[in-house]
Design a protein around this ligand. Structure first.
Ligand SMILES: *Cc1c(COP(=O)(O)O)cnc(C)c1O
Length: 468
């Protein structure tokens, strides 16, 4: 399988190249040149497979010749063996039509583990026979950082530098990152900075030829294709349990960077009969505005109880604009350059129609989110986190044809956002036993002033040079 850039001018790469690169050199994102498809009988035969086997089967067409099928199965078995639930992504029933897909049984309690546990192994696999050494640099507002660090801690030929704005992530989130003590893990708390400041430093480093000339710098955020690929699997897992390919299924997805819900779009392109993908946003609703009126314009970010969805722009939306808009990379590069200058753009008719065929959107404010959390608690005895609450609000607000089940993706364990859960339903969720002593563990991190020079010097001193 070959991967092409959404901006049309970077060289096409194989799966290994696209995984190690993250971002394309023309600023675009990698997508497969064509969508592989599964015939109806192949989808029917997925019912009842163990998760690791299903994962290897769904991902093999994307991986192509880069990893042999037996080896891919070994990797998925290892990646999903770290999950605390045998089913990996168990499906729960709320009522006749509403279902909940729990994606938070990985080591750091958010759905990002599903993709990152595998990505860490893929990096190691692709580096083991080469001279190359990877320097992962990222900024996090919480969940990505801990999931990425857990996935690569102690792995050979990889260093990870994770920036977080000092004092602006929750204590559980910080400790999940800083209590991972390994020589290749470098946590950096940036003083007097916001997440956007930290993110801007990371972006600058990717464009800093002095750094990229010495180090092979890579990304672990959801611009990396391999992450999206791993997330396609649970759409298949849930749908075949609910009767696919003979019955259509809908999903409601708490959305920030548009990675998770784009994986649902990929599943539909591969032949999974999806009736609807509901993009659920909080009051930071650029996607809701884009999908309902075609207006994609960035406003400021307002902090909410669902911080992983507090975004100004959604990087992966570009993949949808590319695919739904007719795959014209040069035209999209133009459109994106316009957006980067004015922070606003209008979707083309082709992009709007292509998106409307599968997506709808809903927005939840704080009261609506809390009401959905109470609905789950009072009607079904389920404690859900605020991100999942936004998804459930959107699921309950969406009208579907009779007989179509609606699956809300549960993206975080409620204990990760304990105070917000307590405020909504009056119950404090306990931390699961597997991370019970988190609050006593030793922490290690460096505090740096909020200047790019300080961060670049810190990375340059500790990273391993690598031929490109
Ligand atoms: C990252 C995250 C999201 C948003 O996912 P995207 O793929 O960025 O749309 C939603 N909920 C939680 C808990 C997250 O950590």
């Amino acid at each position: 399988m070959e991967y092409v850039s959404t901006r049309g001018s970077a060289p096409a790469l194989d799966f290994r190249g696209a995984t190690l690169a993250g971002l394309a050199s023309d600023g675009g994102l990698y997508v497969p040149r064509a969508w592989p498809t599964f015939a109806k009988d192949k989808i029917a035969a997925m019912a009842g497979l163990p998760y690791a086997q299903l994962a290897a089967r769904v991902m093999q067409p994307f991986v192509g010749n880069c990893i042999a099928p037996e080896r891919l199965l070994e990797l998925t078995t290892q990646a999903y063996g770290t999950f605390a639930h045998k089913a990996v992504t168990p499906l729960k029933q709320f009522d006749e039509t509403q279902w909940l897909l729990e994606l938070f049984h990985g080591p750091t309690l958010a759905f990002k583990d599903v993709a990152l546990q595998l990505l860490g192994l893929l990096f190691e696999e692709f580096l083991k026979d080469s001279e190359q050494h990877l320097t992962i640099v990222g900024a996090t507002s919480g969940d990505t950082g801990s999931a990425a660090i857990d996935a690569v801690a102690g792995r050979a030929k990889i260093d990870i530098f994770m920036l977080h704005p000092k004092g602006r992530v929750s204590e559980v989130q910080r400790r999940q990152m800083t209590s991972m003590i390994a020589p290749n893990v470098h946590n950096i708390a940036i003083c007097d900075a916001s997440f956007d400041d930290a993110q801007a430093m990371v972006k600058r480093m990717f464009g800093d030829t002095e750094m990229t000339g010495r180090f092979r710098i890579s990304a672990v955020n959801s611009i990396n294709w391999a992450r999206l690929m791993a997330q396609v699997v649970y759409y298949f897992a849930a749908a075949v349990q609910l009767g696919a390919p003979y019955r259509k299924v809908a999903f409601s997805v708490p959305t920030g960077n548009f990675g998770d819900v784009f994986a649902g779009y990929v599943a539909a392109k591969m032949g999974l009969p999806i009736e609807r993908l509901v993009v659920a946003t909080n009051i930071n609703d650029i996607l809701h505005r884009a999908l309902s009126s075609g207006d994609y314009s960035a406003h400021g970010v307002t902090p909410t109880d669902a911080p992983s969805m507090d975004i100004q722009v959604s990087s992966n939306f570009e993949r949808l604009l590319f695919d739904a808009g007719g795959r014209d990379g040069i035209a999209l590069a133009d459109q994106m350059r316009g957006f980067e200058t004015t922070r606003a753009m209008q979707l083309t008719n082709a992009q709007r129609d292509g998106a409307a065929a599968l997506f709808s959107s809903e927005r939840a404010d704080a009261d609506q989110t809390a009401a959905a959390m109470r609905w789950a608690w009072e009607n079904c005895g389920e404690v859900i986190d605020p991100h999942t609450g936004i998804g459930l609000h959107a699921a309950l607000a969406t009208k579907l044809p009779a007989g179509v089940p609606m699956v809300t993706l549960a993206t975080a364990h409620p204990a990760k956002f304990g105070p917000a859960v307590e405020k909504a339903i009056g119950q404090t969720p306990a931390l699961p036993p597997r991370i019970g002593d988190l609050l006593e563990r030793e922490e290690r991190y460096e505090e740096l002033p909020g200047t790019y020079e300080a961060v670049a010097a810190f990375v340059a001193e500790r990273a391993t040079a690598s031929p490109s």
